[in-house]
Design a binder for this molecule. Structure first.
Ligand SMILES: *Cc1c(COP(=O)(O)O)cnc(C)c1O
Length: 400
C-alpha cells in the first residue's frame, strides 16, 4: 500500500479532472471579468466563456442552450425545480409524487413544500430498490402537478425507469423533474431520448468543480418557473446573481469530457466493480448486495458484510481507503440511511452496509488492494464477534 489512501467514494464527490482545471485557470486569474459587464472586453471575454460552457452543457444533455440555468450545485437545482414549479402551479393543483429514496435535497425541499400546503406521495421501492411506472400511475391524481424521480440512487446506485416515467408524465400532462446527478455521465441520459422537463446536474459529481451545477428547464416549462433567487435578472430571470464564471467554464468542460468518454468510462467502472464484487464474494461468506445488481450504475457496489458493523469496518480501513458507511455520513446529519431502511433491509444489515463508488481514476491494482484489505478486516472483525462464531459453528444460515 502506498501512503495515499485509495479513493473509492466517487458518489460523494469526484476529483477535479486536470484537463478541467487547466481550462478553468484563466478564469480564476487574468480573465476575471463579469459576464454582465456589457461595455468592455473583460466582460465580453467572460460572457463568451459562459456562452461556450452553456453550449457544452446543453449539448451533453441534447438540450438547447437557452434551457440551461446555472446554479450553485444540484442542491440548488433541486430546490429550484421543485419549489419554483410547485409554487407557480399551486392554483392548478397541490399534489406531488416522488420516492422515499431520493436525495435529501429533493426530500427536504418536498417536506418544505408540505409545510406550504402541498401534498406529497412518496413511493416506496421494492427490496431491490426499484420502482415501476405502474407504481407512479397508481398514485397520480387529477391534482398532481409534479413528479420527481432520481435517475440513479446515490447510495445503492439503482436506476429508475426514467424513460417510462417520462413518457407517462408527458401523456398525463404532468411536469417531470429528474435529479440526474448520479446518472448523468454514468448511464446514457439525454432529453431527446427521455421526456423530462427539469434535470438537475452537479459539477463535482462529474470530475468538475464544486459549487456549480445546472438545471435544465425545458423551454415550454419556463413560463411555470418562479425564481427562488431574485436580483439582477440573470439566467433569463430564473436565477439572479453574478455568474460563477470559472465554475461554469469547468462544468462545461466536465460535461464535454463525460460525454466524450461515456462508453469507455462505463466499461472501466463495470469491469472494476465486477472484479471487486467477485473477489469479496468468493473470499467471504454473507456478503449481501443492497439493491439490484443489474439495474444500477456501473461504478456502484453497496454491500453489507453481515455481523460486521459498517462503522467499525470503516474505522479499521479509513487511513488506507476512502469509502462510506451507509449507517452514517451519507449526509451532514449522521443518521442511518433512509434509503436502506426504506428498501426494507434488516436493521443489522443497514448498519453493516458499505458503499464503494468507483470512478474515472481508479485502477485495477487499487481494486485488488482494497479487496484484500476488506477481506482481511472483515475476517478479523468477524472473529471478534460472538454472534459470528455461533453462526459459523452451527453452519446456520440466518441471512434470507
Ligand atoms: C450530490 C448529490 C446532490 C447534491 O449536489 P450538490 O452539487 O453537492 O449540491 C443531489 N442529488 C444527488 C443524487 C446527489 O448525489
Amino acid at each position: 500500500m502506498t501512503n495515499k489512501p485509495i479513493y473509492l467514494d466517487n458518489h460523494a464527490t469526484t476529483p477535479l479532472d486536470p484537463h478541467v482545471l487547466e481550462i478553468m485557470m484563466p478564469y480564476l486569474t487574468t480573465e476575471f471579468g463579469n459576464p454582465a459587464s456589457k461595455s468592455h472586453v473583460f466582460g465580453w471575454s467572460a460572457e463568451k466563456a459562459v456562452n461556450k460552457a452553456r453550449e457544452q452543457v446543453a449539448k451533453s444533455l441534447k438540450a438547447h442552450p437557452k434551457e440551461i440555468v446555472f446554479t450553485s450545485g444540484a442542491t440548488e437545482s433541486n430546490n429550484m425545480a421543485l419549489k419554483g414549479i410547485a409554487r407557480c402551479l399551486k392554483n392548478k393543483g397541490n399534489h406531488i409524487v416522488s420516492s422515499s429514496i431520493e436525495h435529501n435535497a429533493v426530500f427536504d425541499s418536498l417536506n418544505a413544500l408540505v409545510k406550504e400546503g402541498f401534498e406529497v406521495t412518496y413511493l416506496n421501492p421494492d427490496k431491490e430498490g426499484l420502482i415501476t411506472v405502474e407504481d407512479v400511475k397508481n398514485v397520480v391524481k387529477p391534482n398532481t402537478i409534479l413528479l420527481s424521480f432520481m435517475a440513479a440512487n446515490n447510495e445503492i446506485g439503482t436506476l429508475n425507469p426514467i424513460k417510462e416515467i417520462g413518457s407517462f408524465a408527458k401523456k398525463a400532462g404532468i411536469i417531470f423533474h429528474c435529479d440526474a446527478v448520479q446518472g448523468f455521465g454514468r448511464i446514457p441520459f439525454d432529453v431527446e431520448n427521455i421526456d423530462v422537463d427539469l434535470v438537475s446536474i452537479s459539477g463535482h459529481k462529474i470530475y468538475g468543480p464544486k459549487g456549480v451545477g445546472a438545471l435544465y428547464v425545458k423551454n415550454s416549462v419556463q413560463k411555470h418557473m418562479c425564481a427562488l433567487i431574485h436580483g439582477g435578472g440573470h439566467e433569463r430571470g430564473m436565477r439572479s446573481g453574478t455568474l460563477n464564471v470559472a465554475g461554469i467554464v469547468g462544468l462545461g468542460a466536465a460535461c464535454e469530457l463525460v460525454v466524450k468518454n461515456e462508453k469507455k468510462e462505463q466499461e472501466h467502472a463495470l469491469k472494476l466493480r465486477t472484479l471487486l464484487h467477485k473477489k469479496l464474494d468468493s473470499a467471504l461468506e454473507h456478503v449481501c448486495v443492497n439493491g439490484s445488481i443489474e439495474q444500477r450504475v456501473p461504478g456502484n457496489l453497496n454491500v453489507s458484510f453481515a455481523f460486521v458493523d459498517g462503522e467499525d469496518l470503516m474505522l479499521a480501513i479509513n487511513n488506507k481507503v476512502a469509502v462510506s458507511a451507509s449507517s452514517a455520513c451519507t449526509s451532514a446529519s449522521m443518521k442511518a440511511s433512509h434509503v436502506l431502511k426504506n428498501l426494507g433491509v434488516r436493521a443489522d444489515l443497514v448498519l453493516a452496509a458499505i458503499r464503494f463508488g468507483i470512478g474515472r481514476f481508479n485502477t485495477e491494482d487499487e481494486i485488488n488492494q482494497v479487496a484484500d484489505l476488506i477481506i482481511d478486516e472483515v475476517s478479523r472483525l468477524r472473529n471478534l464477534s460472538p454472534t459470528w462464531s455461533k453462526v459459523k459453528d452451527q453452519k446456520f444460515n440466518i441471512i434470507q
